[in-house]
Design a binder for this molecule. Sequence first.
Ligand SMILES: [Zn+2]
Length: 66
Amino acid sequence: MADNVDMANDFAEQHTQRHVAAARAAANTPDPILGNCEACCDDGVMVKTCGGLLRCTPCRAKWERR
Ligand SMILES: [Zn+2]
């Protein structure tokens, strides 16, 4: 039984780590994350969720100016 619990905990931990970036993106996190801008398709930039898309800093500035 203890082994099963350990395995479940390990699985949950791996699952959490693997999906933490996506989860944070989906949760409208105020923290910038390293990802792809969905507005200008830049890769490997710091993005924040803004208006339902992940946007890099210049795209967020443009979006906020509307
Ligand atoms: Zn962008």
